[in-house]
Design a protein around this ligand. Structure first.
Ligand code: FMN
Length: 366
């Protein structure tokens, strides 16, 4: 049994709870994204339909709780709290990397609790890209899905985190081929997700060609895995890794940039995540073409307190999305995806230089 992976997972949760692990200089780019306020919304706020069907599942609102945890006793409690909340609200959640339990079935409980507490919610299983480069294949991917009777499987890409930790798996050779094989063989949709450094247009197009069913961009602006590794290195007085974590703290594509690059390059559902912190962020992401938005870190504290707190955190977000949709005059998610959006500043500059046309969003007519 590899205790070190469990210890690492426990460290991640403690560091995220106790230290500031959010991006410092980098931002999501949503500050450069403006929705056009409608003084005449011409709709009733209470009649707005927030529901949306993605990956064959009807979400009561376009939201889910991102992949976070599993493998420890504490993780069992956190996963149970999140699962209870998303079940009651008809939303969804991702579990954390299931590697620990695939390698050591005694730890399965921290994951199976999710389907127990959430018999009908949208549940996303999770394995790591580097494990697919290594010894994992279709068998392990299927095992992850079966363990939580998942609606979808997420394969996470975390090259940044692997590159700033001494025990990191930095061999990403031929991963795309492995992803392609898993996408072909599984009978649930395979989503590829980043973990806070974003996905650029070129990679998004390669993933679509490989047959994935969805992409979760998880860009810069929220939780920084370089930051988490910085604190781990500091605790063990590893000066080199500490410096690496600090240098790469804000590395990656801002979420708004990554979202537009991906939406404009593929014909797949795209999930916006990485620094999504309130309902206006969610609404902007949907208006830019995301099918769903997801946040992770904002639910860690509430999950520690219990399912009521997770429910409240989700209700706040949903209420804010409803308000923002009212103020742009969109009474459905489909309408929201057509409202004008003005992109300015660095985000607009970047998108222009990369050949995307941010002005097209500004001139849309709902
Ligand atoms: C404590 C914690 C643990 C995480 N563990 C995983 C994981 O096991 N697998 C994964 O795909 N992403 C994992 N993530 C990354 C998130 O799913 C998400 O991509 C990232 O945190 C950015 O979103 P945020 O800014 O809303 O936190 C984790 C995030 C946090 C905060």
């Amino acid at each position: 049994m590899d205790n070190s992976i469990e210890e690492r997972k426990a460290d991640h949760i403690e560091i995220c709870l106790e230290e500031d692990v959010q991006a410092r200089r980098a931002t999501t780019g949503f500050e450069d994204v403006s929705l056009v306020h409608k003084a005449l919304p011409e709709i009733s706020r209470e009649k707005i339909d927030l529901s949306t069907t993605v990956f064959g599942y009807k979400f009561s609102a376009p939201l889910f709780v991102g992949a976070m945890t599993g493998g420890t006793t504490k993780a069992t409690k956190l996963n149970a709290a999140i699962a209870e909340a998303v079940e009651e609200l008809n939303l969804g959640m991702g579990v954390g990397s299931q590697r620990v339990a695939i390698d050591n079935p005694k730890l399965e409980r921290s994951f199976t609790v999710v389907r127990e507490k959430a018999p009908t919610a949208f549940i996303v299983a999770n394995i790591g890209g580097p494990q697919l480069v290594g010894k994992y294949g279709v068998k392990e991917a299927k095992k992850a899905v079966e363990m939580v009777q998942a609606n979808a499987l997420a394969i996470h890409l975390n090259a940044l985190q692997e590159a700033v930790q001494p025990e990191g798996d930095t061999n990403y050779s031929n991963l795309l081929q492995k992803i392609c094989k898993v996408a072909q063989e599984l009978d649930v949709p395979v989503i590829v997700k980043e973990t806070g450094a974003g996905i650029a247009a070129e990679d998004a197009a390669m993933l679509e060609a490989a047959g994935v069913a969805g992409i979760d961009v998880a860009g810069v602006g929220g939780t920084s895995w370089a930051a988490v590794e910085y604190y781990r290195a500091k605790a063990r007085q590893d000066v080199f890794s500490q410096r690496l974590g600090e240098t790469f703290w804000d590395w990656g594509l801002p979420t708004a940039v990554s979202l537009v690059e991906t939406v404009k390059s593929v014909n797949l559902p795209v999930i916006a995540s990485g620094g999504i912190r309130n309902g206006i962020d969610v609404t902007k992401a949907l208006a830019l073409g995301a099918s769903l938005a997801s946040a992770t870190y904002p639910f860690l504290g509430p999950a520690t307190a219990g399912s009521e707190d997770v429910k409240n955190a989700l209700r706040y977000l949903v209420g804010e999305v409803r308000n923002a949709m009212f103020l742009v005059g969109a009474n459905s998610i489909q309408k929201l995806q057509k409202v004008p959006v003005v992109l300015t500043g660095k985000t607009s500059e970047w998108l222009k230089l990369r050949g995307f046309q941010p002005e097209v969003y500004a001139r849309r007519k709902a």
